[in-house]
Design a protein around this ligand. Structure first.
Ligand code: SDX
Length: 420
């Protein structure tokens, strides 16, 4: 909201430039620098440390207090009192559904459980053991080819694309899992809820009927659903700002999520904990993480916004306890190493000074691994959940009065003009 406050930018003896200031519901006031270009100045902020790329009403993170709100509701309440599709409805529509709306939404989403048969042929282009994220990106691309063109300004067509993408994702991820293992995918079973159907498509055995495990998967999906303008969401917004096919935009977001600095960290955490192997090796890894000459980082630690405990990690750790007790492995060695690693790191000046805490990825992998999901599939499960947030943010962008194609400027450091 524009308030009658301006920032006055004075440079040399030039007349000062008035920059309007906007007030947010929560968070810092915002200096609107759009007019600077007219005064022949750009701003420079690599990584967008202090730059808001858009307005949004979907999610708010208070990094200092470790608070995460979805449409005003705290994440721990959503994780404990709702399920993933209820949270998805909230993210997409702005309010929690009443019982009829919830029933209709769930029925619609779970009806889109089988993507077009032709999509499976895309998998044949991948060798067994290819990374599931590479396959997922291609399956989404194949769906963009199948559903094109989509009139994204038409409410009905946009709604259909959103519902199909959310509905198809568990099956797409399960297809990549089965192809990764060289198996055939199970045929979806009627009448299962979203998380149970996903578990059934992965394991058609007792695990799929275990309410504790299904609840844990559903909670993991809630915890990963949306998170303001993180790298992959910003990628979806930028791709969407060119009016690209929504399936292609989600493929772009999936590609951005894959990096170990972002959604790929959950897979990297398990690799790191497995490599540490024994609590007696923890100090060595902490030393490596602190060594300015080493590019080793403690996977699952640190965050661009959270300078306090990631509230999702708190819920994830509790869920870890529940799952390991349910599976009869309360002393899972990786869980023990993770808790000891957290304890030591949080007492160490290096981590305290830099406000590095466990993030959402630190405990999630231990749960998924305990259930029997291969580490290679972890980030795909993150993408499955984040598809809801990506779509909510993409749709919000298209409806924003300030909508325009994203086209950042640059600090040119190349050669001056010259002849060949
Ligand atoms: C996700 O943005 C989101 O919201 C993402 C996410 C979401 O839901 O979408 O929350 C999901 O991506 C969680 C983050 C998962 N990534 C990891 O766990 C990988 C390990 N973490 C780091 O790579 C790092 O903390 C980042 C990438 C997450 C954040 O990096 P920043 O904000 O750019 O911080 P930085 O690199 O400038 O680090 C500041 C200092 C540096 O030390 P100094 O140069 O000041 O001496 O902290 C150090 C860094 O070396 N540091 C770490 C560290 N993270 C930062 N040192 C050791 N181990 C770490 N993990």
């Amino acid at each position: 909201m524009m308030i009658d406050k301006v920032a006055k930018l004075t440079i040399d003896d030039k007349p000062s430039i008035d920059l309007p200031i906007h007030e947010a519901t929560y968070g810092p006031e915002l200096i609107d620098v759009a007019a600077l270009g007219k005064h022949n100045f750009f701003t420079y902020d690599p990584g967008f440390i202090s730059t808001a790329s858009c307005k949004s009403a979907i999610t708010y993170i208070d990094g200092d207090k470790g608070i995460l709100l979805h449409r005003g509701y705290p994440i721990d309440q959503l994780a404990k009192k709702t399920d993933f599709l209820t949270t998805a409805y909230l993210l997409l529509k702005g309010e929690l559904p009443n019982s009829t709306q919830q029933q209709d939404f769930k029925k619609t989403i779970t009806s889109h459980v089988s993507p077009p048969a032709i999509i499976e042929q895309t998998l044949q282009g991948f060798a067994k053991g290819a990374h599931p994220m590479a396959m997922l990106i291609s399956l989404l691309g194949a769906l963009a080819g199948y559903y094109h063109p989509i009139k994204i300004r038409d409410a009905a067509e946009r709604k259909q694309a959103i519902e199909q993408l959310i509905g198809y994702m568990p099956t797409l991820v399960a297809m990549t899992y089965q192809h990764y293992l060289g198996n055939k995918i199970n045929t979806p079973r009627e009448g299962l809820d979203y998380a149970s159907q996903f578990m059934y498509l992965l394991f058609d055995d007792t695990r799929a009927n275990n309410p504790t495990l299904n609840k844990a998967i559903d909670r993991i999906l809630i915890l990963h659903a949306d998170h303001e303008q993180n790298a992959s969401t910003s990628t979806v917004r930028l791709a969407g700002s060119t009016l690209a096919n929504p399936y292609a935009c989600i493929a772009a977001g999936t590609a951005a999520l894959w990096g170990t600095a972002h959604g790929g960290a959950n897979e990297a955490v398990i690799k790191m904990l497995t490599e540490i192997k024994d609590e007696k090796n923890i100090e060595e890894y902490i030393a490596r993480a602190k060594d300015p000459n080493s590019n080793f980082r403690l996977m699952g630690f640190g965050h661009r916004v959270y300078k306090n405990y990631d509230p999702r990690a708190t819920v994830m750790k509790q869920t870890c306890d529940e799952v390991l007790n349910e599976l009869g492995t309360p002393d899972d060695p990786l869980f023990r190493i993770a808790m000891q690693l957290e304890k030591i790191a949080l007492e160490d000046e290096y981590f305290i000074q830099r406000k590095l805490y466990p993030n959402v990825d630190f405990y999630s992998g231990i749960i998924l691994r305990a259930i029997g999901i291969p580490t290679a599939l972890f980030t795909s499960i993150f993408a499955l959940a984040r598809t809801v947030g990506w779509l909510a943010q993409w749709s919000e962008m298209l409806d924003d009065n300030d909508f325009k194609i994203g086209r950042p400027r640059q600090w040119y450091t190349g050669p001056t003009e010259r002849d060949i």
